[in-house]
Design a binder for this molecule. Sequence first.
Ligand code: HEC
Length: 160
Amino acid sequence: MRSGEKNIYIVIAVLVIGMISYRGYQEITDPDLGIPFYTTASPELKQTADKIYKDNKCSDCHSLWMIRNMMASVPAPPLDGIGDIRNEQWFYDYLSSENPQTILPTRLNATYKMPSYAHLPEQDRRTLAAYLASLKVEDWYLEETKKREYEKLTGKKYPQ
Ligand code: HEC
């Protein structure tokens, strides 16, 4: 192989690898590409909430958009789709509580359990609560999950 030809192959290989990893990256970060979770928040709300979320290191313990801090292994519930289970007022009260475990009991120790965010400015707690309430899950995924769990637990086919 002449060296010019070889260089072209190297360039093509690099492009292909780049495309594959970009696509992989998009799949885990872009909710429109196959992730069954979505938010009804406006771009402004999402942006403000993302910053508060990041500043307070929520991702040390929780996953959101299927992303979490891989270095920490706290068994905290994932937050994707959580707005289908609880409402904005509940999130606000929970974040504002001096002792969140009076609202949601825990068996975890002090380093792992949900910390109190009562010290955050009220506006930040309101923004987080609104954002959490906007985190939804697609119906088809809920159905799939129910079906999978049912079949795993009973060993029977899920009744249609
Ligand atoms: C030190 C780890 C840790 C951090 C940091 C943390 N959480 Fe939690 N969170 C937990 C755990 C663990 C639970 C489950 C309840 C418990 O064990 O206290 C929880 C519960 C929750 C719940 C209730 C989930 C449900 O089942 O309804 C929400 C909502 C929540 N956290 C949001 C947040 C937000 C928002 C932040 C950042 C401002 C945050 N958490 C930071 C560990 C953490």
